[in-house]
Design a protein around this ligand. Structure first.
Ligand SMILES: [Zn+2]
Length: 265
């Protein structure tokens, strides 16, 4: 876990040094790790040029192909972090001083927003006004990864920080959104997205050997009686159909050798 966080910090410093002149003070000693991350890539300003984050890219070999991850960190102020910490205490009974967690699962999704930029802007908001979920806390939904329709992989927050993307399992899961085509009901995800999800899953499992499950968001409620289920509010559920059985079957067919578990029967 710490090694990947360290990698993220290195990426952060690389971004700072290359895209924001005068901000290299972020590397000075005496700051906490979290402060250094926030001043490096999390939060607006340091990685932005004209309001558009420039991002940085890391490339690694997964053994079955080369993966390229573009960092596009969303705004994550101390207020948002505090909101998330409050959320995980209220909903999971976990009192933590930071958002780090041990991933046990990867959850795949699709967006109802048709573009990566639109998706990014949605996750970049720090609070939510969505009436179906705001009663459970106004900290905005969040996600570690978004895969664009051409297969480009974006990382929106440190991958070992909890995000708000799946009721009951946020405390154990890394989420991957796939940019959809604005429909609530049909799967229009691309072959490039299937390939990118497969690569990303392989990459994550290499770096987090604690991951045992790969599931679709539409399968999440099958964990309700599983020891992994963490949601304390019995009335807080939403019906999900993303990303659907076709997409999950296509991804699972290509990661069969990893012997990942699905949802309980
Ligand atoms: Zn979803």
């Amino acid at each position: 876990m710490y090694r990947s966080l360290f990698a993220f910090i290195l990426i952060s410093l690389f971004t700072v040094n290359n895209s924001a002149a005068g901000q290299s003070g972020a590397a000075s000693t005496g700051e906490t790790r979290t402060e250094r991350i926030r001043s490096g890539t999390i939060g607006t300003g340091n990685t932005s040029v004209g309001g558009v984050s420039t991002g940085s890219t890391s490339v690694r070999d997964t053994g079955t192909g080369q993966i390229r991850i573009v960092d596009r960190p969303v705004s994550f102020s101390e207020r948002r972090e505090a909101g998330m910490l409050r959320y995980i205490e209220e909903h999971y009974g976990l009192k933590q001083s930071n958002l780090e967690f041990t991933p046990r699962m990867i959850v795949l999704h699709w967006t109802e927003i048709e573009t990566f930029e639109g998706t990014f802007q949605t996750f970049n908001q720090e609070t939510t006004s969505r009436t179906d979920i705001s009663g459970a806390g106004d900290v905005n939904v969040s996600i570690q990864f978004v895969v664009d329709r051409d297969g480009t992989i974006y990382r929106l927050q440190p991958e070992n920080w909890m995000a708000r993307h799946v009721i009951g399992l946020n405390h154990v899961s890394i989420g991957i959104e796939n940019v959809g085509t604005g429909t609530r009901s049909s799967d229009t995800l691309t072959d490039a997205q299937i390939e990118a999800n497969v690569l990303l899953i392989r990459d994550l499992i290499t770096r987090y050997p604690t991951i045992e499950y790969v599931i679709g968001h539409h399968e999440y409620q099958r964990f309700e009686n599983d020891p992994l289920w963490g949601e304390l509010d019995q009335g807080y559920r939403t019906i999900k159909i993303d990303p659907g059985d076709r997409f999950m079957a296509a991804v699972r067919a290509q990661i069969r050798d990893l012997e990942m578990k699905g949802p309980p029967k």
